[in-house]
Every structure is written in structure tokens, then in C-alpha cells.
Design a protein around this ligand. Structure first.
Ligand code: GLA
Length: 435
């Protein structure tokens, strides 16, 4: 039996995806949230879904310093296709908007040292009404390989969600069969919300997958996604890891709907959740305060941590949600930890948070050095018993990296269960400060 398993693995016959890609969450840019299905290039030449848009964004990844910090994939979302297949049944792009063809665009992206991604749909039609892959899976996988595609997002409109358990793996097998490594992004569980998606199968067959609703350009939308992840009713958090990631959808930082603090919430949470960092914004018009958040190397380092563990929500108390993610370096079987404090309160004044480190599970006796990711400031060294105090802005985020300090263990046995925060609401004594 073991021999069969061994042989099938080395011959590449194994039915699961394991293509060796995205050992850390993918980073890049995608058109959908910001540019949608704008196909009117006469009225909107700069913003319509066209080869010009993707070329300009590829240029901007380079010029804006995004490539240097790890953003790599340029991904076309919906509405790139012509409404009909060609005479051989192959997909073809809209000839007016992509006159040079997809292979040409992919070459352009590759010449910049970037990678190229494309969108299709598992059903009869894409969500925007263009041809889907159903009935053409092998042809389409081969077409993508011919076009030197590196990443495929396969959406799930116009299909039967009950067939996804066989259909998504089938397309994945055709991708593998081409011999070209392509990241496989599935929307499978997003079409089964509330119906117990089979996350074991999903994580075996896809490199990443959308779990929940589309992100919109608003704080409300952002919070609803964060809460879906914090609640984690389907226990998808535990299946994330190198090569397979939950995808809470695109980064909307730099668009219209988030304040600078709220943008830090998204960046901080996406980094803690080991989420793909796929921006959808206009890099040509990025305000510097948002670029700074997107380019924050210390935040990205948490996202790209080789352990690949997705943060879990360890505490909710009085408008503050606490998320914790184990990261490297490790020492004597204990890990360093990144902790995020999300302040959901919109009552205009920061909340002061204080706690003994051991209350949040930071109990290694040799202690931790703390670093505030968004201010870029070291906060000093702490033992498990020391008190840590900081302010968290309204609808804002405090992201702290607690690096384990190597040292001789003098005693063990400090408490490890999660305890309580001490919260202060300055200027609001007597007001309702508990949820
Ligand atoms: C769905 C997906 C989005 C986007 C659109 C395109 O809504 O979830 O991310 O791809 O389709 O039509």
C-alpha cells in the first residue's frame, strides 16, 4: 500500500494539488474591487478593464516600491473575455480592449520580474456573464499554460455548488497536467457559506480559497469579514498553512472607504490572518499615508512568516478584540507572537489597554522584546509578569510583535490560559463602555 502511495507521489499521479507554490501567502494586485467590470474604454480610457490598465499597474508595482517588498502577481479579474470562444473552442480576450493578446501582456509582466494571473469561472459563465470553463476544462487549462499564466482564480458563478467537490479538483488536475506550475485560487467555499464547506478537501486541492462575501469599499464590509474569520464557525483557520491559505479577499487600502486607522486594521488583520496580500486599488494615485501602510516591511514579515499559522481571536472584551499569531523565532518549543488589538469603538477617544503578558499566553520565563509595527518603535523588554500598556485608536489597530528573548530558564510554570485586559476609557467615566 505504502509503495503505491510512494510511486503515485513521485510519478505526480497523486490526486491532491501539492504543486510546491505559495509557501507563504501570495502578494500582488488584482483589478476587481477597484475597477470592477468597467468595459467602456471610450469614456474611461484609464480605468477600463484593458491591457493598458494591467501594464500600468505592473509598472507601478515596480516604480512604487511594491515589488521590492514582495508584491508579485498582476492578476486580471472578470470581464477580460470576448463573449464567444474562437473557432477552435478556445478562450479569447476582448479584441478591442486587449488588442495585443494575453500572451503579449503576460510577457510584459514577466519582463518586469513579476508574475501573471488570470480569472475564470468553474460554471457556464463568469459572474460578469462571459464564457466559463464548464465543458472546456482541459482546453482552458492548456490555453492558460500557453499564455504563461502563473495564477488562476476560478470563481463559482453559474454552477451547482454541490458539484464543486469534484469539479474544482478536476480543473486543478488539468492545470497540473499542463506541467506549468500555476497557483490555484478557488472560490469554492464562498459558494457554500452556511453549508459546511469541506475544508479538508478544499485545502488539499487549492492553493487559496475565498471563504466569504466580496469585500466592498467600507468599514462595515471590512469588519464583517474580520468577524467571520474571528468566529471561524467552520474551523477553516486550522487548515491554513504553507501552500494553502484562506483568502478574506482583496486589500482595499488606498481607495475611498477607509481612514488611515481603518487601513491599518485591514493591513494588520490580513498579516495576522496569513491572508494573501492582493491589493485592488489605483497604484497610480496612491496617497503616501496609504502606500506606507501597504509597504510596511515589519507587517509584511508577519504575513510572510514561514510557520504560516493563521491568527485566532483569543479574547473579546469591551470593544477590544485580540488576535494572536505564533511566529518565528522560536526558542525552547515556544514561539514569538504577533498580537493585534482591534478597537471596534467609534466613540472618538482611544481606549487604553493594559495587561500582564501572561494574561495573553506570553509566558516564556526569559521574556519578550516588543515592537509596535505601525509606529515602527521598539517598546522595550517584558517578562511574563510585566504589565504592557498602550492606547488603541477608535476603529483602529495596535499590532505588536513580541519576540522571544533567548535566555536561561530560571523557573517554569507561569500561567498559560488567556486572562483579562484592563481597559480604560478616558473622559468617559460613567458611560456605557461594555458591549
Ligand atoms: C465574484 C467574485 C469577485 C469577482 C467577481 C467578478 O463576485 O467573488 O471576487 O471576481 O465575481 O465578477
Amino acid at each position: 500500500m505504502l509503495w503505491i502511495l510512494f510511486l503515485s507521489t513521485i510519478l505526480g499521479l497523486s490526486s491532491s494539488l501539492e504543486n510546491g507554490l505559495v509557501r507563504t501567502p501570495p502578494m500582488g494586485w488584482m483589478s476587481w474591487e477597484r475597477f470592477r467590470c468597467n468595459t467602456d474604454c471610450t469614456t474611461y480610457p484609464e480605468d477600463c478593464i484593458s491591457e493598458r490598465l494591467f501594464r500600468e499597474m505592473a509598472d507601478m508595482l515596480e516604480v512604487g516600491g511594491y515589488k521590492e517588498v514582495g508584491y508579485q502577481y498582476i492578476i486580471i479579474d472578470d470581464c477580460w473575455l470576448d463573449h464567444t470562444r474562437d473557432k477552435d473552442g478556445k478562450l479569447q480576450p476582448d479584441p478591442q480592449r486587449f488588442p495585443s493578446g494575453i500572451r503579449n501582456l503576460s510577457d510584459y509582466v514577466h519582463k518586469l520580474g513579476l508574475k501573471f494571473g488570470i480569472y475564470e469561472d468553474y460554471g457556464n459563465l463568469t459572474c460578469g456573464g462571459y464564457p466559463g470553463v464548464l465543458g472546456h476544462m482541459e482546453t482552458d487549462a492548456n490555453t492558460f499554460a500557453d499564455w504563461q499564466v502563473d495564477y488562476v482564480k476560478l470563481d463559482g458563478c453559474y454552477s451547482d455548488p454541490d458539484t464543486m467537490i469534484t469539479g474544482y479538483p478536476e480543473f486543478g488536475r488539468y492545470l497540473n497536467k499542463t506541467g506549468r506550475p500555476m497557483v490555484y485560487s478557488c472560490s469554492w467555499p464562498a459558494y457554500q457559506i452556511g453549508h459546511n464547506p469541506n475544508y479538508t478537501a478544499i485545502s488539499e486541492h487549492c492553493n487559496l480559497w475565498r471563504n466569504f462575501d466580496d469585500i466592498e469599499d467600507s468599514w462595515a464590509s471590512l469588519l464583517s469579514i474580520i468577524d467571520f474569520y474571528g468566529d471561524d464557525k467552520d474551523k477553516f483557520g486550522s487548515v491554513a498553512g504553507p501552500g494553502h491559505w484562506n483568502d478574506p479577499d482583496m486589500l482595499i487600502i488606498g481607495n475611498y472607504g477607509l481612514s488611515v486607522d481603518q487601513a491599518q486594521v485591514q493591513m494588520g488583520m490580513w498579516c495576522l490572518m496569513a491572508a494573501p496580500l492582493i491589493m485592488s486599488n489605483d497604484l497610480r494615485k496612491m496617497r503616501p499615508e496609504f502606500a506606507e501602510i501597504l509597504l510596511n516591511r515589519d507587517a509584511i514579515k508577519i504575513n510572510q512568516d514561514p510557520l504560516g499559522v493563521q491568527a485566532s481571536r483569543i479574547l473579546r472584551q469591551g470593544y477590544i478584540d485580540v488576535y494572536s499569531k505564533p511566529i518565528l523565532p522560536s526558542y525552547q518549543n515556544k514561539y514569538s507572537v504577533a498580537i493585534g488589538f482591534l478597537n471596534r469603538w467609534t466613540s472618538g477617544t482611544p481606549i487604553r489597554v493594559s495587561f500582564a503578558l501572561s494574561e495573553l499566553g506570553l509566558n516564556h520565563p526569559s521574556g519578550y522584546s516588543a515592537f509596535d509595527i505601525f509606529s515602527g518603535k521598539p517598546l522595550g523588554n517584558f517578562s511574563p509578569k510585566s504589565t504592557f500598556t498602550a492606547d488603541v485608536n477608535p476603529s483602529g489597530f495596535l499590532l505588536v510583535r513580541f519576540n522571544l528573548l533567548p535566555g536561561r530558564i530560571r523557573k517554569t510554570g507561569s500561567r498559560s490560559e488567556i486572562g483579562k485586559l484592563n481597559l480604560q476609557f478616558p473622559g468617559l467615566t460613567g458611560w456605557k463602555t461594555e458591549l
